[in-house]
Design a protein around this ligand. Structure first.
Ligand code: NDP
Length: 480
């Protein structure tokens, strides 16, 4: 049994309570590790360590901070196999996905912000002769970073890299469901020479350790990625304390496919945008709208390709779709499929739990599922399912599909497939989402603003946006 420790003040430590929680391997459906069940006391220790480290870390030159973060990036790359295996075992995702996407991206996140901080500058405004303003950007202080289970190390580093690069000290909590790579990351930070207390990782439950971070009066900014409901809860606590918040929340993204879509590229990408990581990516497109004349052909080809996806042992190279992250989440997704049936949907492909043989016989696997025949305003098409489940719907014209696309409370991402340039621009502008892809999906330039509108969140991550979030600005006006 592997035992995970908290990382506080540069050391791997036990939780004050001495209590631990089970960590499951979803592909086997059994416990393989334990993590600290931390509480407010552990968060307090982490906060004290971070406060004590702040004067030193924030006074380092940007070059010095950058070099340490680059060391961490390098160490992630050196340990890619160990980290990818840990991510796959913890989350259920195919090992090949962890090796090609999650872990390389974690290294890139560290390197990207280690180098972007070297070029981050603040503004100066010359007003008139004898009066000049300049804006000072200083780190916020001790910040809290809370991340979800779907892309564990990827999203964890996406937050802490800009926070640290900007000179803040961090109290972070990864999801209790997938804590392993954050634990391995704490060992990497020790070896890479990150000064003690600069980053503190407190493991445990969201409503206990997470809540203690959000409500701690000394932690003045919270960067959170997770569900919309949790985001609402966090906003309620943080708002009266006037904390800065960056909230990256749920989505119900649309793929909109016109007759003139680049067909081959579209069909293979839509399979990925539907089922990558078992559909557990906030950017996955779970509602697929197809222009009527293309609908039957698309449906046939899409079903054909989806049926060929290999659901299986995440450690096998041949596996395309791994295990759902947890038993409760698998049950939730299966109950959503049942609701889709009750709403009048026809399950054209999948729809059931899969029981595998051998090592994975107790694992939590669901068939990639395609549903048709539903209205745009039904629960299935309005609520986030966050699993390998998509709906397909025909549309007649632009106006109709725009209405469908914008009809949910979410506004994270959309993918438009058309070779009509004018239409692509028009849709990109009119769709109410923070991110739009045209004739592609999930191509990510880390300099671009990342985040959602409406109930998909508040604020943007990435590039300068993240560095601005993790700095407090002050205008200084000088008359000379
Ligand atoms: P949750 O909201 O359940 O949890 C996210 C994190 O918050 C976890 O670390 C969780 O801890 C913690 N948490 C839970 N309750 C509290 C609380 N009261 N106070 C402080 N922290 C808390 O989301 P999931 O982990 O289930 O992630 C899936 C969701 O994340 C989906 O809705 C998905 O759309 C969204 N997401 C959004 C992205 C975006 O960029 N917009 C990207 C990726 C995912 P614990 O796990 O221990 O409960």
């Amino acid at each position: 049994m592997k035992i995970i420790s908290n990382y506080i003040n540069g050391e791997l430590v036990n939780p004050l309570s001495g209590s631990y929680l089970d960590v499951f391997n979803p592909a086997e459906g059994k416990v393989y590790a334990q993590l600290p069940d931390s509480d407010g006391g552990d968060v307090n220790l982490a906060f004290k360590a971070a406060s004590a480290a702040f004067p030193l870390w924030s006074s380092f030159t940007v070059e010095k901070r950058s070099r340490i973060l680059l060391n961490i990036s390098q160490a992630i790359e050196t340990n890619i196999e160990e980290l990818a295996l840990a991510e796959s075992m913890d989350n259920g995702k195919p090992l090949k996905l962890a090796r090609s996407v999650d872990i390389p991206r974690a290294a890139t996140n560290m390197r990207f912000f280690a180098t972007s901080i070297l070029h981050f500058a603040s503004e100066s405004h010359y007003m008139e002769e004898g009066v000049i303003n300049y804006t000072l950007r200083r780190p916020v202080g001790v910040v809290g970073c809370i991340s979800p289970w779907n892309l564990p190390l990827y999203l964890f580093t996406w937050k802490i890299a800009p926070a640290l690069a900007a000179g803040n000290c961090v109290v972070a909590k990864p999801s209790e469901i997938t804590p392993m790579t954050a634990f391995l990351f704490s060992k990497i930070c020790i070896e890479a020479g990150l000064p003690k207390g600069v980053l503190n990782i407190v493991h445990g439950l969201g409503n206990k350790a997470g809540n203690a971070i959000v409500s701690h009066p000394g932690i003045t900014a919270i960067s959170f990625t997770g569900g919309t409901q949790t985001g609402e809860h966090i906003a309620k606590i943080a708002a009266p304390m006037f904390k800065k918040t960056s909230l990256e929340l749920g989505g119900k993204n649309a793929a909109i496919i016109f007759n003139d879509a680049p067909y081959y590229e579209m069909i293979k990408t839509v399979v990925r945008s539907s089922f990558s990581n078992q559909g557990q990516i906030c950017l996955c497109c779970s509602r697929i709208f197809i222009e009527k004349p293309l609908f039957e052909k698309f449906k046939k080809d899409f079903i054909h390709r989806v049926k060929k996806l290999q659901v299986g042992d995440p450690l096998k190279e041949s596996t395309d779709v791994g295990a759902m992250v947890s038993e409760p989440h698998m049950k939730k997704v299966l109950s959503c499929i049942k609701i889709a049936g009750e709403e009048g949907g026809t399950i054209t492909t999948g729809g059931k739990r899969i029981i595998l043989n051998g090592r994975c016989e107790n694992g939590w696997f669901i068939e990639p599922t395609i549903i048709e025949g539903l209205q745009s305003n039904c629960r299935t098409n309005q609520e986030e399912i966050f699993g390998p489940v998509v709906t397909i719907m025909p549309f007649e014209n632009e106006e109709e599909v725009l209405g469908y696309a914008n009809s949910t409370k979410y506004g994270l991402a959309a993918s438009i497939w058309t070779n009509n340039l004018g239409r692509a621009h028009k849709f990109a502008e009119k769709i109410k989402t923070g991110i739009v892809w045209v004739n592609c999906w999930m191509i990510r330039d880390l300099r671009t603003p990342f985040g959602g509108m409406k109930s998909s969140g508040v604020g943007r991550e990435g590039g300068w946006e993240a560095l601005k979030f993790f700095t407090e600005q002050k205008n200084i006006c000088i008359k000379y």
